[in-house]
Design a protein around this ligand. Structure first.
Ligand SMILES: Cc1cc2nc3c(=O)[nH]c(=O)nc-3n(C[C@H](O)[C@H](O)[C@H](O)COP(=O)(O)O)c2cc1C
Length: 401
C-alpha cells in the first residue's frame, strides 16, 4: 500500500525508509535507519525529482503510481547519480516509455556507465541557463559539483520556492511518519545525524559546499527538500548556519574533545585525569571518547564540532595504536582544519606514538599543537601527572584566549 505525504498542495513526497540496513555505504552505522526521499510535482506535466534506493523499490513504485493517480510520468529529473537515489531509473523508463530523463551532461554519461539503457530520444540535457516548465511550476538548475559527486545539481522550483537540494542538507535517520523539521526532535536526534552525515560524506568538500551555499543564498527559498532525512521549512536557518560552520571548518563549540585509545587502561586513566583537570579549570564543554568502541564516523562528527582535540594513544609496534591511526587517517582525508590539538603518548619501552601523531597532524591547515606533549611510560606517575596539569593549563589558556 502506498505511503506518501504532501509537502505542498501539488508536490508529493514519494520516498521511503529503510530500518534494516546496518551500514550506510557499507561503512556507517545507522541505528535510526535511513530515508530516501523523492518528490513528485503534479502540474500540466508530471515530474519526479529523483528516485530511491533499490531496497525500497516496491514501496516507491506504489507511492509514485498512487500519487500519479492514473496519469503518466512526463519527466524524471536526476539531481544525483549515486545508486541510492538512481536505482529505479530503468524501472521507471520501462513503465513510462514517454518519460524524459532530465540531467546535466555528466549525469547522462553516468547513467550510461551504470545502466544498459537505450537513452536515444529520452534525455534532456540541461545547463544552469535552462529552465523546465511544467505548467505553473518552473524548474531552474543550480549545479553543485562535488557536493559530493561531480554531476550533482540542485533544482529550484520558482513558483513554490522549493530547493530540491540533492544530498546537501540531508541526514541519516528513517522517517517516523514525521517528515518536516517542525515535526521532529531537531537537536537531540536529527541535527546530530545531519552532522555525522555531512562531516563523513560531504566534509572533504567544504569549498565546493561554500560555492553551492552562495548560489542558494541568491534564491528565495521557502522549503528545502533533500534526498535524505527531514524536509526543512521552519528551521532552515538552523541547518544553513550549521552548513556555514561545517563547510568552513569552523568549530561549533569552544570546548575540548578528548579521544583516547587504550589496551590496559593506563592511557584511558590519563585521559580521564586530564578531563577532570580541565573541569577544575572551569571548562565544562568536554567530551571523552574511547576510539576503540566509538565508531570513527562519530569521532569525525565530534571533531568537526569541537575547537580543541586531545589525542591520547599508546605506541603499537613503533606506530600509533591502530584505532587512533584509523581515526587520524579519516580526519586528514576529510580535510578538517583550524583546530588546536594536544598530544599524550604512552609506551613501555620506546614511546613513539606522540611523534607519529604529530607527523600525521602536520599537514592539517590552520592546526596548532599545544605544548607540552605528555609522555607516559606504561602508567601515569607523579611526574607525568604534573605534565598533564601543565597541559590542562595550556588548553584552558588557549580556550579563554
Ligand atoms: C602489540 C603491542 C605492541 C606494542 N608496541 C610497543 C612499542 O612499539 N613501543 C612501546 O613503547 N610500547 C609498545 N607496546 C606497549 C604499550 O604501548 C604500553 O604497554 C602502553 O603503556 C599501553 O597503554 P595502555 O595501558 O593504555 O593500554 C605495545 C603493546 C602491544 C600489545
Amino acid at each position: 500500500m502506498y505511503c506518501t505525504r504532501n509537502i505542498t498542495d501539488s508536490i508529493v513526497w514519494v520516498g521511503g525508509s529503510d530500518r534494516r540496513l546496518a551500514l550506510f555505504e557499507n561503512l556507517f552505522p545507522i541505528p535510526r535507519g535511513v530515508a530516501y526521499n523523492a518528490y513528485l510535482i503534479l502540474d500540466e506535466k508530471t515530474c519526479l525529482m529523483d528516485t530511491v534506493d533499490a531496497s525500497i523499490r516496491q514501496q516507491f513504485i506504489e507511492n509514485v503510481l498512487a500519487a500519479l493517480d492514473g496519469r503518466t510520468l512526463d519527466y524524471l529529473v536526476v539531481n544525483h547519480m549515486e545508486p541510492d537515489h538512481c536505482a529505479n531509473i530503468e524501472e521507471l523508463a520501462l513503465r513510462f516509455p514517454d518519460m524524459k530523463i532530465v540531467g546535466n551532461a555528466k549525469t547522462i554519461s553516468f547513467i550510461q556507465q551504470f545502466y544498459d539503457l537505450d537513452l536515444s530520444d529520452r534525455t534532456i540535457t540541461v545547463t544552469e541557463k535552462d529552465t523546465l516548465s511544467l505548467g505553473r511550476h518552473e524548474l531552474h538548475f543550480v549545479f553543485a559539483p562535488m557536493v559530493h559527486w561531480p554531476e550533482v545539481m540542485m533544482s529550484y522550483e520558482a513558483s513554490e520556492k522549493i530547493l530540491f537540494s540533492a544530498d546537501a542538507f540531508g541526514s541519516f535517520g528513517a522517517h517516523n511518519g514525521t517528515l518536516f523539521d517542525d515535526e521532529v526532535e531537531l537537536d537531540s536526534e536529527w541535527m546530530s545525524d545531519a552532522r555525522r552525515y555531512y562531516t563523513n560524506i560531504v566534509g572533504k568538500y567544504g569549498p565546493q559546499v561554500q560555492m553551492a551555499l552562495k548560489k542558494a543564498a541568491a534564491l528565495d527559498i521557502a522549503l528545502i527538500a533533500p534526498l535524505h532525512g527531514i524536509v526543512w521549512r521552519r528551521k532552515m536557518t538552523e541547518i544553513l548556519e550549521k552548513y556555514q560552520l561545517w563547510s568552513t571548518y569552523t568549530p561549533e563549540e569552544t570546548g575540548v574533545l578528548v579521544l583516547y585509545g587504550s589496551m590496559y587502561g593506563n592511557t584511558e586513566n590519563a585521559a580521564n585525569v586530564l578531563a577532570a583537570m580541565l573541569a577544575d579549570c572551569g571548562i565544562h564543554k568536554i567530551a571523552v571518547y574511547d576510539v576503540s568502541n566509538t565508531h570513527v564516523s562519530q569521532l569525525i562528527a565530534e571533531s568537526f564540532r569541537y575547537s580543541h582535540i586531545v589525542l591520547a594513544a599508546p605506541t603499537y609496534n613503533n606506530e600509533i595504536y591502530p584505532a587512533m591511526y584509523n581515526y587520524l587517517h579519516d580526519l586528514k582525508s576529510l580535510n578538517l582544519q583550524k583546530r588546536s590539538f594536544a598530544l599524550i603518548e604512552n609506551g613501555t619501552w620506546g614511546p613513539l606514538s606522540g611523534k607519529a601523531m604529530r607527523e600525521f597532524l602536520q599537514g592539517i591547515k590552520g592546526m596548532t599543537i599545544l605544548e607540552p606533549s605528555v609522555t607516559i611510560r606504561s602508567a601515569l606517575k607523579e611526574e607525568s601527572r604534573a605534565q598533564l596539569a601543565v597541559l590542562a593549563d595550556a588548553i584552558a589558556a588557549s580556550l579563554h584566549s
